[in-house]
Design a protein around this ligand. Sequence first.
Ligand code: AMP
Length: 206
Amino acid sequence: MKLLLLGPPGSGKGTQAKRLAEVLGIPQVSTGDILREARRAGTDVGKRAAAIMDSGGLVGDDIVNDLVRERLGRDDAKKGFILDGYPRTVGQAEWLDGYLAESGRKLDVTLVLDVPDDHIVDRIVGRRTDRATGQIYHLKYNPPPAGADLVLRDDDREEVVRARLEAYQRDTAPLIDLYTRRGIVRKVSGIGSMDEVMARLKEALT
Ligand code: AMP
């Protein structure tokens, strides 16, 4: 199963992608996670991406396409994968098509998490990551256990969130049309608890 999970920043996409990946036994491929890891490791790519990520803009297509080529080329991605946060531009989507076609593959399903804009800022600015485990919580919707050591991601600050939402509307939302024309889009409401949304996503896949 080769899946793409699309949705605005703050739609719960990352959390759901991790869970779905476990359920389906295929890797979650998140370019955001890969870029954050590159920053932590201090690689050239990480250094080049850092300022753009902190401003809420999009890292160049060439950089992320290279990361995806490397990640999807690994053995564990042969049986399928869930793309999370990639592709994010029409250019990336076109590159991905070409790359997958080289090995006779194509995307099977694009799940679109639908969350109205006014929910989103509220959701993102309450988001916290456990420093030790990397687990993502929300102060209101998915409260962390007492005593967890929590950090707010730099790019989850409100002004950055607004920039990321703009980037989503401008650059990424057009992908919904593109994949709709291909007949592979399934829209799911992203409102409700993590479990409710997960149940809808599973339902959409059957
Ligand atoms: P995410 O965790 O998916 O929201 O990604 C965090 C940040 O990494 C984004 O705001 C972008 O700056 C960058 N990023 C992640 N994935 C991509 C992508 N596919 N294309 C361009 N920039 C990306």
